[in-house]
Write a protein that binds this ligand. Structure first.
Ligand code: EPU
Length: 337
C-alpha cells in the first residue's frame, strides 16, 4: 500500500474540484483496510468511494482511504432468481452492464448512475421509478472503531428517498465493503411507467422491450439531460426534490397552475426542484465556472476551474431564490465537505 502525500483529488470527485488530501491510499482488499483501520483513529480518516455525490470545499487534512476493492460473484441461485455480491469498489454502471449481459433483471433503470457499488446504498440511489432498495438484499460493512464486520439487511438499512441509516444514525461509523442484490433470471419485472422511458422506447419502435432495451433507453435519456461528469464536472442532482404539505402545495398551484407534482402521502406532495429552479430563471445560469446545467436545472456544474466554495455559493443563491419565490427550503442531496 502506497501512501501518496499532498495528493490532488481532482480525478477522484465527479465535480472535478482541485483540492488536496494530506495523504491518500488506495485500498484494494479487506486485509489492507483492516490493517489501516487498526493503526488509525476514525477522526483521522476520510472514506472515499466513487466521489460522485460530494462537493469538496477545501483541502482534506486527513488520510483519504479510496475504497477500490473489486470483485463480483453469484452467491446462490434458483430457477428464477440470482443473488449476486459485488465489492464496494466496483464501478456502479459497469456492474449494471455486467448484470445485463448475464440477462439478470432489476438494475436496468439504474444504468449510467455515476459512483461505486459501495456508496450506492448510502443514499439509496434511484432513477426512473426504481431505487436500489428494490433489489437490495444486504450489505457487509466494517465498523471503523471495532473492525467488526456486520451484515445489514434491507430492514436494517432504513432506506427511504435518497436516504439510509448510513446517512443518519450510523454516519461515519461503517465502511460498506460489499453489497448483495437479488435479481431476476426470467419473468423480469419491467419498470416502464416513467413517461420518458415509454417515449424513448416508442421512438425506437420497441413494443415488447427487454431489460437491455430499458437500459439503453435510460442511457439515452440520461445522456440527453444530464452532463457527462468526464466532460463537465457535476454530481447529478444537487438538491433533493422537496416534500411539502398539501395545503402549501394547493396555494402554490393557484399561483403556478402548471407546477408538476407527485403525491407522497395523503398530506404530502413532492415537487421537482428542477422545475422550481428552472421557473425561478436559473436554468443555464453561469457565474465564472460555476453554473446550472442548461438541460436540467437540478444539476450544478463545474465548467472547469470552479472551486467548491463557488459551487456552494451558487447553491446558496439558488436556495434563497427558491425560498423567496415559492417559500420552499431546498435541501442539498450532495454531501458538502
Ligand atoms: N423540470 C423542469 N426543468 C428542469 C428540470 C426538470 O421543468 O430544468 C421538470 C420536468 O419537466 C419534470 C420534472 O421537473 O416535469 C421532473 O424532472 P425529471 O424527470 O428530470 O426528474 P427529477 O425529479 O428532476 C429525479 C432524480 C434524478 C433521476 C430522475 C429520473 C432526485 C433529486 N433526482 O430528478 O436523479 O435521474 O428523477 O428518475 O430525485 C440524481 O440523483 O443524481 C439524479 C440525477
Amino acid at each position: 500500500m502506497r501512501v501518496l502525500r499532498n495528493f490532488s483529488l481532482k480525478d477522484h470527485n465527479s465535480f472535478g474540484i482541485d483540492v488536496r488530501a494530506d495523504k491518500f491510499i488506495s485500498i484494494e482488499n479487506l486485509d489492507n483496510l483492516k490493517s489501516i483501520l487498526r493503526k488509525s483513529y476514525a477522526s483521522e480518516l476520510f472514506i472515499l468511494g466513487g466521489g460522485s455525490n460530494m462537493l469538496l470545499t477545501g483541502d482534506i487534512h486527513k488520510m483519504v482511504l479510496h475504497i477500490a476493492i473489486k470483485g463480483k460473484k453469484v452467491v446462490s441461485e434458483t430457477d428464477n432468481h440470482v443473488i449476486l455480491e459485488a465489492a464496494a469498489g466496483e464501478n456502479w454502471h459497469e456492474f449494471v452492464l455486467w448484470t445485463l449481459k448475464q440477462n439478470y433483471g432489476g438494475l436496468e433503470n439504474l444504468s449510467l448512475i455515476p459512483g461505486n457499488v459501495g456508496t450506492a446504498p448510502i443514499q439509496n440511489i434511484g432513477a426512473y421509478g426504481v431505487e436500489l432498495k428494490d433489489s437490495f438484499v444486504s450489505c457487509i460493512a466494517l465498523n471503523i472503531q471495532t473492525l467488526e464486520e456486520k451484515e445489514f439487511s434491507l430492514e436494517d438499512c432504513n432506506f427511504s428517498y435518497r436516504n439510509s441509516i448510513f446517512k443518519n444514525q450510523l454516519k461515519g461509523q461503517y465502511i460498506i465493503t460489499s453489497v448483495k442484490f437479488r435479481l431476476t433470471k426470467n419473468h423480469h419485472q419491467l419498470n416502464i411507467n416513467y413517461g420518458s422511458i415509454r417515449a424513448e422506447l416508442a421512438e425506437k419502435g420497441i413494443n415488447s422491450p427487454e431489460i437491455k432495451d430499458i437500459s439503453n433507453a435510460v442511457i439515452a435519456i440520461r445522456q440527453s439531460k444530464l452532463p457527462d461528469p468526464k466532460k463537465i464536472g457535476n454530481s447529478g442532482s444537487f438538491f433533493k426534490n422537496p416534500v411539502i404539505a398539501k395545503d402549501q402545495f394547493e396555494e402554490l398551484k393557484r399561483k403556478f397552475p402548471e407546477i408538476p407534482s407527485y403525491e407522497v402521502s395523503e398530506e404530502e406532495i413532492k415537487v421537482p426542484a428542477g422545475w422550481l429552479i428552472d421557473t425561478a430563471g436559473y436554468k443555464g445560469y453561469r457565474l465564472g465556472d460555476a453554473g446550472v446545467h442548461k438541460n436540467q436545472a437540478l444539476v450544478l456544474v463545474n465548467y472547469g476551474e470552479a472551486t467548491g466554495a463557488e459551487i456552494l455559493n451558487l447553491s446558496k443563491t439558488i436556495q434563497k431564490a427558491i425560498k423567496d419565490k415559492f417559500g420552499i427550503d431546498l435541501e442539498a442531496e450532495v454531501n458538502i465537505i
